[in-house]
Design a protein around this ligand. Sequence first.
Ligand code: GUN
Ligand code: ZN
Length: 435
Amino acid sequence: MTSKKLLRGRLLNFISEPTGPEDKDAFSYIEDGALLICDGIIVGSGDYNEVAKIAGDVEVIDHRPHLLMAGFIDTHLHFPQMHVIASWGTQLLDWLNNYTFPEEARFSDEQHCARMAGEFFDQLTAHGTTTAMAYCSVHKQSAEAYFSEAERRNMCMIGGKTLMDRNAPDNLQDTPQSGYDDSKDLIAKWHGKGRAHYAITPRFAITSTPEQLEMTSALVAEHPECFIQTHLSESHDEIAFTAELYPTARDYLDVYQSYGLLSDKMFLGHAIHLKPREIDALAETAAHPVFCPTSNLFLGSGLFDDAGLRSRGISNAIATDIGGGTSYSMLTTLSEGYKILQLQGQKMHPLRAFHWITLGNATTLGLQDKIGNLATGSDADIVVLDSSATRPMDIRMETATTLSEELFILQTMADDRSIAETYVAGVAQKHSQSN
Ligand code: GUN
Ligand code: ZN
């Protein structure tokens, strides 16, 4: 039986990255718009009257006056860190040792993995996020739980078992061989199954021996279809320790580069304190730095140079980095990101901001044909935004006269209370309907 529905509301869809506030070619905005969804795919998109005509007899879900957009995409966060958010008083390396590693060790327990996977995906969709790229723990079973839950919900999710074989507690280490074998098994089982994608996941240089990075290099060569995720230059202490561990590397990025890991499939969390050669190498290899605003502020890591990297043609992704990050909301992430750019005299226009967390992140992932936009043929991952969800927002909206103003209010003031609904492959996640 085919499942068909028509969503009605104000429609905002990006076509390309807006070059400025007046770049009307970069997006379409339809005041009375509609999306026709059939079996999880958008099969009609445009003016309500026109789409309704082709829809025939179909259930109409009227979301007016709310805004319909592509679901948000979070390109860097940690599945086993739901209990790590809001851990007091430390910066990166102490935060990892004191809070994060003990929490991640709990993911050796399958029951804990299963429970947390349910909670994790509930939080993502409650916050309007329909695709994410997450680090699982070192344990294979954490990745199993993650992908199983994503499959159950039919979500387009990317993830991988973390590779880490030193500088962590014994119960949180693999070996170069076991990390390789477990990753191979997980790739064979999950990559390309339904909507799942695998990310080969060496945590960072500090927790991998050269032998492990050698094996990671083999994995990447054997699986060029997979993503690769790691961390880069988040804190000064981390950079100094990395230099001690890899004394022949030209710089931090060179550790990964010398093992052939850099390509447009690679996502490097943080990338804050970069040397000119590292920026050149990012530009040459098309690897993606990932801006993690709430985490960078919370851990006191530093200010991401978005404009500097962009001026070199580097395409930056943006993400929450739960649990160094403090909110699951990509809207809150934009709000804090805006302030980080302000501190450096840089700007984040709301049109660019909303493009970034949808089509922008989708494009860095190479998944723009499926997610991040509302074009016909895309997967029906959709967020419904209420710009007046709270009293302060409602009052502020009284004086908003343009779409950009409304978006900036959402970007600055909204959180999960503004997520009126989230659709994953056409299925409502917050309020069950006849799906
Ligand atoms: N570097 C290595 N592991 C982590 C992590 O879990 N969180 C953050 N923010 N940085 C890291
Ligand atoms: Zn991270």
